[in-house]
Design a protein around this ligand. Structure first.
Ligand SMILES: Cc1ncc(COP(=O)(O)O)c(C=O)c1O
Length: 559
């Protein structure tokens, strides 16, 4: 048994209060595989983990802590103090939280003291004894904009799975972004149509003043159908075909070229419009992130040297109006990132103007503002981003020949992501080496977890306050083992017929759907601000699935 040292009152009060997170019950034994097991486990955990000091090598600890912002530490071995220090420093660097379990040993105390000495962690909590399961389940919830009864009623009419979107939430997100940039007369958000390409959603966002950022012919046509025309549309595509450029030019959309060679391509097949924009890829100058990848490994955009060459070609070819675009982040929760992006493109705009006399009309900071998929994540402070960009604008652009310079963004996720829910029914349970909950949705309805290992919070309707004491994988029916909505997730006991709500599915959700295994895309429903529900896309049927096949030439008689 580890030696127990209670924290004195004085020591406890030095630890600042903060949010409480659920304790993780799993412990690890000191086997040779320990580090690897922990590492794998942490990757699959949704929110917290356990580390036994002294059993974990330094690199594993650091990698592990980086992957998850919350730790539960328990002491098991004698040389814990040095390790505790390393963990404390890492936590401090990661701006992480520390949660103490009920077993308090020397090493744990050392961690607390080290963190306290650093005074850099805003959310530190010490709880002894450990808090209850019901505390934990309550705290880990993500709110829903509707109650269980409403969803059950909807599910009586529309079979699961289906997407349910909260229109008011989407409108509110659009308004918040517009408000954050209200200082900039020319600010406009062009909603990334690929995130949620549904005409009813696009129409609502158009009413909020948003334009459309399109990446394909279909998205151009969709935008046209809801009355977005001309420069209400930004066409940011890559590896683009001539017929797509032609449609975009015919519509008068702002064309954003992805490569230097596309200047000649566009000129040859369609002709150069009077306004053109280039997409900049900063390469190793910026970091990117997991979803979008490192800029220098990304296929998108121009290098800096190509930008200068390209604008010179446009200028000499008689193009009159210019824009500059970049997109270096995806699901980025650090608001400063966007301020840095603004600094980067303002600087380029200034240098391009100085060297070529080309005056940008707008800069487009791209999309990529992140959303809090995990309950412990905080949304990006949009006001702070707006003010941060303003500060850089005032320092670099205001009063120069480039002023006024319009600032544009093309977010998808932050506008609709948190306001979309995939509702699915539990249909089976399975208990083998792990415990599984089988639901009637699958990865073809929402591929982010399978594709990126993305976390989507799950609420079991009506069991929000039940103890979340089952560790399960929530799976679909595809013949692919990454067809999992959650891995090692702590949920309440789920029974057949329970409705599960998968959160934050309103962007890059339904639109990424596919038909592998003959799975069909599900319906989309819109919860209107007046409480009514409108089906805005019906579910596919097997007739849809077979519609592109021709059975008439088969020798087999058709029934
Ligand atoms: C060019 C471009 N703009 C905007 C977006 C929207 O990104 P997000 O939904 O993360 O804001 C994307 C996403 O793929 C994109 O590729």
């Amino acid at each position: 048994m580890p030696h127990q040292i209670p924290l004195s009152d004085a020591e406890s009060t030095r630890v600042k209060p903060g949010p409480v997170f659920a304790p993780l019950k799993t412990t690890f034994s000191g086997s040779a595989n320990f580090g690897m097991n922990v590492f794998r486990f942490l990757r699959s955990r949704n929110h917290c983990y356990s580390v036994e000091f002294g059993e974990l090598r330094r690199e594993t600890a650091v990698r592990s802590v980086r992957r998850s912002p919350i730790g539960i530490f328990s002491r098991r071995s004698a040389n814990g103090n040095r390790f505790a220090f390393i963990v404390a420093i890492t936590l401090r660097v990661m701006n992480a939280c520390f949660v103490k379990s009920s077993t308090l040993g020397r090493s744990s105390l050392a961690v607390l003291k080290s963190i306290d000495a650093g005074r850099a962690i805003p959310q530190v909590i010490f709880r002894n004894p450990v808090f209850s399961e019901s505390d934990a389940s309550r705290i880990m919830q993500k709110p829903l904009p509707f109650d269980a009864a409403t969803v059950r009623k909807i599910a009586e009419k529309y079979p699961t799975p289906f997407y349910l979107y909260d229109e008011q939430g989407m409108r509110d997100s659009a308004r918040s972004l517009n408000a954050a940039f209200s200082w900039c007369a020319g600010f406009r958000e062009y909603f990334a149509v690929k995130a949620l390409p549904n005409p009813y959603v696009l129409e609502a966002l158009k009413e909020e003043g948003l334009g459309g950022d399109c990446s394909s012919l279909a998205e151009l046509v969709l935008s046209e159908k809801i009355g977005l025309t001309g420069e209400d549309i930004m066409f940011t595509s890559n590896n683009t075909q001539a017929h797509e450029y032609r449609k975009a030019v015919e519509m008068g959309a702002i064309i954003n070229l992805d490569d230097l060679s596309h200047i000649d391509y566009l000129k040859e097949y369609v002709g150069l419009p009077e306004l053109l924009c280039f997409r900049y890829n900063p390469g190793s100058a910026r970091e990117g992130n997991v979803i979008i990848g490192k800029p220098e490994e990304a296929k998108y955009g121009f290098t800096e040297a190509q930008l200068f060459e390209g604008y010179q070609i446009l200028r000499d070819a008689g193009v009159k109006r210019f824009g500059l675009h970049t997109m270096v982040a995806s699901n980025e929760l650090n608001g400063d990132f966007f301020v840095e992006t603004a600094r980067m493109v303002f600087d380029l705009a200034v240098r391009i103007h100085a060297k070529l006399g080309v005056k940008m009309e707008f800069v487009n900071l791209g999309g990529g503002i992140g959303i809090p998929y995990r309950p412990e994540h905080k949304p990006v402070d949009l006001h702070a981003v707006g003010q941060g960009v303003k500060k850089v604008y005032d320092a670099m652009i205001a009063g120069t020949p480039l002023d006024p310079l319009k600032v544009i963004m093309e977010n998808g996720r932050m506008i609709t992501g948190p306001h979309g829910f995939l509702v699915t029914t539990a249909i089976h349970q399975k208990h083998i080496y792990r415990d599984y909950i089988g639901v009637d949705a699958c990865m073809s309805n929402l591929m982010r977890p399978g594709m990126y290992g993305a976390y989507h919070h799950i609420t079991v309707l009506g069991k929000e306050n039940a103890p979340h004491d089952r560790m399960v994988d929530v799976v679909g029916s595809l013949c692919e083992n990454n067809d999992k909505f959650a891995i090692n997730r702590q949920l309440p006991a789920v029974e057949r017929g329970d409705l599960l709500v998968i959160h934050d599915a309103g962007a890059h959700g339904h639109s990424m759907g596919f038909q592998y295994n003959g799975k069909l895309r599900c319906a989309e429903l819109l919860l209107k601000p007046d409480g009514s529900v409108k089906m805005i896309r019906r579910a596919e049927t097997h007739d849809d699935y077979f519609a592109t096949l021709d059975f008439s030439g088969l020798a087999t008689p058709q029934r």
